[in-house]
Design a protein around this ligand. Structure first.
Ligand SMILES: [Zn+2]
Length: 130
């Protein structure tokens, strides 16, 4: 329970995004204690974003937003690692994540692929039983 409270400031932002997604026709399901929101016009809107903002799935606290539910199913293990990261770092996850991206960008590396939290999510998801 405490992990939900600790991550709630981030989850609150996720819920606002989820509300927007719902107004764009996305549907929501709860899987393993996480709200997954995807589909409808929301998926098409996200796909039409300029490249740096585009995503197939994004985790914000205990909310995962995606272009469609099959995509979310495919990357669930990865996004669940991000949920655990929010549970660990709470609202501090935002500055830590963007700080890591900035640090890697300054080093001339990818702010996404070389981001500490993305590498951790890929490694842990690869080890997770599917
Ligand atoms: Zn990720």
């Amino acid at each position: 329970m405490l992990k939900y409270v600790w991550a709630f400031p981030a989850t609150a932002i996720g819920l606002v995004l989820a509300l927007f997604a719902r107004t764009a026709g996305a549907s929501a399901v709860v899987v393993d204690g996480v709200i997954e929101v995807a589909g409808g016009r929301f998926g098409r809107l996200v796909s039409a974003l300029p490249h740096p903002l585009r995503f197939s799935a994004i985790t914000v606290g205990h909310v995962v937003l995606g272009i469609d539910h099959s995509v979310l199913e495919g990357c669930r293990a990865h996004e669940q690692v991000h949920v655990r990261q929010y549970e660990r770092w709470g609202v501090f996850f935002f500055p830590l994540y963007f700080g890591s991206s900035l640090f890697e960008a300054i080093r001339g590396r990818s702010p996404y692929w070389d981001n500490h939290f993305e590498r951790q999510a890929r490694e842990e998801a690869a080890r997770a039983p599917s």
